[in-house]
Design a binder for this molecule. Sequence first.
Ligand code: SF4
Length: 69
Amino acid sequence: MRIVVDLTRCQGYAQCVFLAPQVFELHGEEALRYDPAVPDGQLDRVRQAAAACPVQAILVGEQVNTGAR
Ligand code: SF4
């Protein structure tokens, strides 16, 4: 499953980092790094992170632009 984080929206609240630390990493105040190819075992955590993100910056799977493979 692929994800995209809209880094122009991300405010570095780090909710995603707490919920899925194997996928999301915060470097410094607002520099979010993440793994766009989510391992199957992390999917539930990533969905929780997407739901918890205060600015809805995390797009998961079906929400990701299908034009980009
Ligand atoms: S929860 Fe949302 S705003 Fe916060 S670091 Fe993650 S993507 Fe960015």
